[in-house]
Write a protein that binds this ligand. Sequence first.
Ligand SMILES: C[S@@+](CC[C@H](N)C(=O)[O-])C[C@H]1O[C@@H](n2cnc3c(N)ncnc32)[C@H](O)[C@@H]1O
Length: 542
Amino acid sequence: MAWAVTTPTTSILDPSCGDGVFVELAAERLRELGASAEEVAGLIHAVDLNPKAARLTAETLRGLLGVPFEVRAESFFSLEPPGALFNIQAPVDTVIGNPPYIRYQEFTGVSRGEALARATGAGVTLTRLASSWAHFVAHAVTFIKPTGRLALILPAELVHAAYAAPLRRFLRESFADVTVISFRRAVFPGAQESVTILLASGKGELHQRLGLVEVESSRDLDYLAEVLKRAEVFQNGSEPTKWVPGHTGNRSALCLIRLQQDGLFHPLGQIGKASIGFVSGANEFFVLTPKDAAALRLPKRSLRSALVRARQIPSFEITHRDIAAMQEGDQRCLLWLPRRSLTRAEAAYVKKGEAAGIDKRYKCRVRTPWYTVPGVVVPEAFLTYMSDTVPRLCLNSAGTATANTLLTVRLPHVPVSLRKAFVVAFYNSATMLSCERTGRSYGGGVLKLEPREADQVLVPSVALVRKHRRELLALAPRLHEVLLHGPAVQIGKVLSDVDQVLLVSSDVDAQDLSEERAALAARRQLRASSESLVQEMLAFYG
Ligand SMILES: C[S@@+](CC[C@H](N)C(=O)[O-])C[C@H]1O[C@@H](n2cnc3c(N)ncnc32)[C@H](O)[C@@H]1O
């Protein structure tokens, strides 16, 4: 708060004040700086969509100051930017707060339309994948006076999400100085989102500096001046596209760039394409166990082998044998995909589905006929969508399809004779590091790779795989064992074996890559396991 509120005349806006934690601290700070209670009440502006929250904050501030205090109970998006036609509100020196986080899937209807219009009005074009906080930030900036400041707690998506790129650009263009503080440990334990702090100053002045810094936990913020001094600084024009601390400056990041420049590695998208598996809308209805399929007398010609769980991929290759074992174990592994004319048994199954309301489910009711699952492909490989230790690429030697619990990977530019070696080669430290940097760590220790992100992951070139085909295949049995049974620590060892083959004649230091990969994976796990830090969170608000 001391950073955001510097004089007794600093005017402040919290556009989503909630219970008023921030405005209370701002009021205390202004009082400390010498402002009278009446002045404080006039300097602080608070808004919240929720009337209860607005009332609570108003009461708290009235209690604290002993003078009337108003909180606007309305959507921040309904407020015109200051200076708009017929608008009387003045811009403020500082915007503070913690904007609402509504994921794009739930962010719909009028409120989304209004938010999009506000972001566009501010000069930021956001895609439909943007969550609500991004629009909020864009609109909030329009409320700040020239030379003013912005201090917000935001989802970590600010630093890495592709959808936030236009906002990152906008912030740089709007402020002389932008600093982002990231945390190695969860600030809000148990929450799905990790957070960052955005501090921007010098609104309207020429952009000069981007500072990125990472701290262990919110306790480090007690020494904010020290933290800010440690920031990795980028001058105007030299900023990285993602704002992840250490993303471009460190040695391993440079190694990845080098491997790409030397043509040894390139993005997966250059030789293939990742996509989501089929979306049936009701896997329990469409993907059956062999016993159920037999009992329903569904014809063999309508049944295709399909995976529904990431766990069903054994190691780096799935074979007909694995599928046979699944069938023997009566696992859900048969996708019912009927031809146009249904058998009598199939017509009865359709009726059964309708009686159970399956045809009314969202994904089913929007297709004709409702019981034909679209987008069923047999890809060359699968990739785990959510990963714990390492993402897994699995060669599809069984001609099976998959539901959207796994990504499908087409590899049209990898010759059939090299596919197995290519999949083994995937398990190297450079590719795994690239996954850690490209994917998102959503809390819970999970690394998530969306198809678009998977396409950006750096993989060995076909030429490199061809050159080392035999050595790679020789590593296959050990890789299989470790992926199947080995404890997580052994994975690092196998990756090093593959590194030895692929990277030994390159200019890069495989050790750097391997250490950085292990550090990022460990950090992901640490976020998941950090103990309750509620006290820390409270300290942070102070
Ligand atoms: C993350 S909370 C803010 C918490 C607050 N800083 C506190 O400490 O209590 C987000 C707040 O945004 C409010 N909100 C959601 N949509 C809003 C909108 N369109 N305009 C204003 N406030 C909104 C919610 O009611 C909620 O109180």
